[in-house]
Design a protein around this ligand. Sequence first.
Ligand SMILES: N[C@@H](CCC(=O)N[C@@H](CSC=O)C(=O)NCC(=O)O)C(=O)O
Length: 276
Amino acid sequence: MELISENRCFGGSHRRYRHFSKANQCEMVFAIYLPPQALVGEKVPVLYWLSGLTCTDENFATKAGAQRYAAKHSVALVMPDTSPRGENVANDERYNLGQGAGFYVNATSEPWASHYQMYDYVVNELPVLIEQHFPVNNMKSIAGHSMGGHGALQIALKNPERYRSVSAFAPIVNPSQTPWGQTAFHAYLGENPKEWANYDSTELLRQVSHAIPIRIDQGLSDDFYPVELQPEKFIEIAEQKGFFLAYFMHAGYDHSYYFVSSFIGEHIAFHAQYLK
Ligand SMILES: N[C@@H](CCC(=O)N[C@@H](CSC=O)C(=O)NCC(=O)O)C(=O)O
C-alpha cells in the first residue's frame, strides 16, 4: 500500500492510499480519516462511505465536512473510489456507465466483468485491508449518496451481520426500474432478472426478514428525485414490514453536496449510536 497524501484535519488524519485490488484487478485509491483517538492507539469503529456517479474518493472528503463529526464521535471514515480505473479498464463516454460509475455490483458481462467487481471490493477486500493496517475495531456501518446510497442499502440488506446501521442521501433505491440503474444493470449484469433483483434495494427489502437500522434523507428540489430516485415504495415496504427506517424529506434541498454537507452531522450521529 502506498501513501499518496496525509493531511491533519480536526485533530485527526485524512490520508489517501493506492493499492492493487485483487477483486478489481487494477490499482485502486481510497481515503481514510482517522479521528484523534485513533492516533493515540484507540481502536475505533468505521463508517464506510460510498460516493455517487462521477465521484472519486475526493468529492466527499473535500465537500461534505464529515471529518468534523467523525472526530467528535470517534469514528473512522473509509472512502473508496466509485469504480476501477485505468487505460486497460473498460469505459464509456456516458457519465453513468464505466469509470466513475461502478454501481457497487460484481459485473458478469464483458467487457466489464474482468475489472468491475466493486461489490466484492467494498464488502470483502477493503475491510480486510483496513482492519489489517489501521487502528480500527470490527464494528462497521455504511452510508452513501445517490449511486452510493444504492450501494450502501443493497450491501447492508444482504449483509446485516456485517454492519450495524446504514444511511443514504438521495439513494437510487429501485435501480432495476429507473434509467440510470437500468443502463448500468444491462451493461454489467446482462438480462438475468435474478441478478438485477440481487442488487435492487427495493426488491431486497421485500425479501428480507430482518434489517439493520436505516436512515434516508431526500431533498425535494432534487432534479433527479421524480425519475431516478423515488424512495416512496421503499419507505412503504419498510413500514409494512416494521423495519426501523428514519426518513426525512427536505424542502428546497437539491442533489448536490450542499445537501449532503447540511445533514452529514446527523448521519454520523445516527451511526455513532450503533457503533458502541
Ligand atoms: N449530470 C451530472 C451528474 C453527476 C452528478 O450529479 N453526480 C453526483 C452524484 S449523482 C448519483 O450518483 C455527484 O455526487 N457529483 C459529484 C459532486 O462533487 O457533486 C454531471 O456530471 O454533472
